[in-house]
Design a protein around this ligand. Structure first.
Ligand code: FA5
Length: 341
């Protein structure tokens, strides 16, 4: 009897599978349900036989039958679901599916920071100017007093668009100074934000594409003290009154005297970290008094006018403010980072 029931269980299973495979609509499926799974159906019939068995034989066959019953119910529901979807065609909408949560887009942290920097300088009377990212060597180097063969020309590893035509991707925003001064007489008080390109090897603080904000203030009687006052006011407006700035002597052919200035590291508060290379300071910008040689190129009278200029790295400031330890994180577009802003 036991082996007989086992055979009938196997047969029922294969009959059920082939009947389901053939069912092509919900009516056919209902017939199958009644025939196999109904109260007086084939499965119930086998459970009836179970009643006449005893002991181990009953237990073993009962286990087999219950497993079969679960399987038949699962396979049946899947088939019913798939036929139901087919019968509703394309317009079927499954109300039981979880909804799509739409995320609201937001500004990239560099865009937000650029806007904040612009508004700090605008509140001090600076006007936003723009210049091309593809430049001639004349604007990127010559008119900035960076002579051909001058070692300063190697300082900035340049990406050439066309070497013969002397067309480059600008390595800094300083060429905008020249465009602006060529087009208007003093006084000039501008900032020029934008992308710059260099062959720098990427590391925690260098990227081959990065942003600078150029600043230029030319008028009668502009002094280095004005430069320091402007930068300190800017730093405190942007980063709070705790921020410290530090000027160090430097060299740029287009400024004389030249300096670099650093901001105190907001990430480690001066204790030393990866961003400030354990020094407590982060290099932000080059700056200086406009070299009279540049005034000669643009036709300004160097006897009458003086000016200061600076070129800040925007990413470096963003790293400080947002506590981002590696510049490359700005360009990886990892949503886990971006959605925190
Ligand atoms: C210049 O580019 C000068 N044009 C700045 C200047 C303007 C000096 C006006 C005087 C007057 P420098 O190469 O040091 O200087 O770059 C200025 C700033 O840009 C750096 O302090 C740094 O903050 C940022 N910077 C430079 N290279 C990179 C890079 N590869 N990735 C990210 N930031 C960079």
């Amino acid at each position: 009897m036991k082996s007989d029931l086992k055979t009938r269980i196997r047969l029922l299973e294969s009959d059920f599978d082939s009947a389901l495979a053939e069912a092509s609509d919900l009516q056919a499926l209902e017939q199958i349900r009644i025939r196999f799974l109904g109260r007086k159906g084939l499965l119930a019939g086998l459970f009836g036989i179970l009643g006449s068995l005893e002991g181990d034989e009953k237990r073993a066959s009962g286990h087999l039958l219950n497993t079969l019953k679960d399987k038949m119910n699962t396979v049946f529901s899947e088939k019913a679901r798939s036929l139901d979807m087919q019968s509703h065609g394309e317009s079927f909408f499954d109300h039981s599916l979880p909804g799509n949560i739409g995320y609201i887009g937001r500004l990239h942290p560099l865009t937000t920071l650029l806007r904040e920097i612009k508004s700090c300088f605008q509140s001090m009377g600076f006007i936003v100017a723009q210049g091309p990212e593809i430049e001639t060597e004349y604007y990127n180097f010559d008119a900035l007093n960076i002579a051909r063969g001058h070692p300063a020309r190697d300082m900035q590893d340049t990406l050439f668009i066309d070497e013969e035509q002397e067309i480059v991707l600008r390595t800094h925003t300083s060429p905008v100074q020249v465009h602006v001064m060529e087009n208007q007489p003093p006084p000039v008080r501008i900032i020029a934000p934008g992308r710059c390109y260099r062959r720098d090897t990427p590391d925690a603080t260098h990227s081959p594409v990065f942003h600078q904000i150029e600043g230029l203030y030319v008028d009668e009687g502009v002094s280095f003290a004005d430069l320091k006052g402007t930068i300190l006011t800017f730093a405190q407006r942007l980063l709070g009154s705790d921020i410290k700035i530090r000027f160090r002597p430097s060299f740029f052919p287009f400024t004389e005297p030249s300096a670099e200035y650093d901001f105190s590291c907001l990430i480690c508060r001066g204790r030393g970290c990866r961003v400030c290379k354990q020094s407590g300071w982060v290099e932000i910008s080059g700056a200086g008094m406009v070299n009279p040689a540049v005034f000669d190129y643009v036709g300004y009278d160097p006897e009458r006018y003086t000016g200061f200029a600076f070129g800040m790295g925007v990413e470096r400031i963003a790293m400080l403010i947002y506590g981002i330890p590696d510049i490359r994180m700005f360009y990886e577009n990892d949503v886990r980072l971006l959605k925190q802003f």
